[in-house]
Design a protein around this ligand. Structure first.
Ligand code: ACO
Length: 330
């Protein structure tokens, strides 16, 4: 028995924030943002719309497309760094309640942009061990809740949204998840950090006054590590599974920066017509970026049942990962 990705769904919030909107907020320009990142717009959640609301919308679509009932979902893993609540309850439990699912194992994982690939890894193990039958995995982020819209080095990069998938079982290896790699190196923990509102520096008036609750990133240092680490990681997963880059139908990278994506794709020898690219319109939606990108290509009729996908991701922690899988949705 193998694990398989049976469906994909996503939710994109309605508030569009363009580069020209950002030009009015901070000292930046459309030219700088496009040249350095490839981003032209991103979508933000409403003030009264939370990570669980977006996750719920994406999950509904993924469950329907998998052709299962909500009662058949026996585990929910939500990857997020912007949960509804600090500590508890988990966003996965809130989503379970919204879906009317009772009794399923439900928990969040925190692996920043790598969260969806980490969740895929855990779900694969749960299915292959026979522990669970249908695992709902979600990547959902309200990045606008931790972004400082006075900081031009970060506010131009991030957007909100959610993506979800159902992982189930198959006997057919040519429709299965072949391999998932998930890695980390805490030495670089200060490259991407929200300094306060954890146990180390609990929320206080001083924290809020100094904006320590916001995300900070050493962008350039992260960029350099990302290209090298991702290239090595995707070459390793291909080699371990005896697959060549020309066998891949779609390269589905984390949508952080067009320059990172194109550098890795070039090293893989993948032409751009086989690269899934949504960074231009959604920006970086952290754990939601890969499932949102997958869903976009699926809804456009480009990704089809049996297509071989190569996923790669890189984010705070530092964390990174890759996955090789056949798409098994209808
Ligand atoms: N508009 C105009 N100028 C800007 C802006 C802006 N929005 N932001 C920074 N600049 C300036 C800087 O101040 C700097 O000016 P200086 O030379 O006078 O000091 C100059 O532009 C260059 O800045 P760099 O940071 O060196 O620019 P770089 O080319 O590295 O691009 C970026 C920055 C886009 C952040 C890039 O480094 C990047 O994409 N990094 C990786 C991001 C990533 O992959 N993160 C991991 C996932 S995120 C997660 O896990 C939540």
């Amino acid at each position: 028995m193998f694990a398989s990705l049976k469906s994909i769904g996503a939710y994109i919030p309605s508030k569009k924030l363009t580069n020209s909107d950002l030009e009015k907020m901070v000292d930046t320009s459309d030219e700088w943002i496009v040249q350095r990142t490839g981003i032209k717009s991103r979508y933000l959640a409403r003030d009264d719309e939370y990570t669980s609301d977006m996750a719920y919308e994406a999950a509904k679509v993924a469950i329907d497309r998998a052709g299962i009932s909500r009662d058949e979902v026996d585990a929910i893993i939500c990857a997020t760094i912007t949960p509804d609540y600090f500590c508890m309850p988990s966003t996965a439990c809130v989503v379970a309640d919204k879906l009317g699912i009772k009794g399923a194992m439900a928990f969040d994982i925190s692996a920043a942009c790598s969260g969806f690939v980490y969740a895929l890894n855990i779900a694969k193990s749960m299915i292959e061990s026979g522990m669970r039958k249908h695992v709902l995995i979600i990547g959902a982020e309200k990045m606008s809740s931790i972004v400082d819209y006075n900081d031009r080095t970060t506010c131009v990069l991030f957007g909100d949204g959610a993506g979800a998938a159902i992982i189930g079982a198959t006997d057919d290896k040519s429709r299965s998840i072949l391999d998932v790699k998930s890695s980390s190196d805490g030495e670089y923990q200060d490259f991407l950090v929200t300094e306060a509102c954890g146990s180390r520096n609990p929320c206080s008036k001083d924290v809020l006054k100094n904006g320590l609750q916001y995300l900070k990133m050493k962008g350039n240092e992260t960029f350099k590590l990302a290209v090298n680490t991702l290239t090595q990681d995707v070459f390793e997963i291909l080699k371990n599974n005896d697959i060549k880059s020309e066998d891949i139908d779609w390269f589905v990278p984390h949508q952080a920066n067009y320059r990172i994506i194109s550098a890795v794709a070039k090293k893989l020898g993948m032409s751009e017509d086989r690269v899934v690219l949504t960074v231009e319109k959604y920006g970086n939606t952290s754990a939601a970026s890969i499932p949102m990108a997958l869903n976009n290509w699926y809804e456009d009729g480009k990704i089809k049942n049996g297509d071989l996908l190569l996923l790669d991701t890189f984010g705070g922690g530092l964390t990174w990962g890759s996955a090789l899988l056949y798409f098994n949705g209808d």
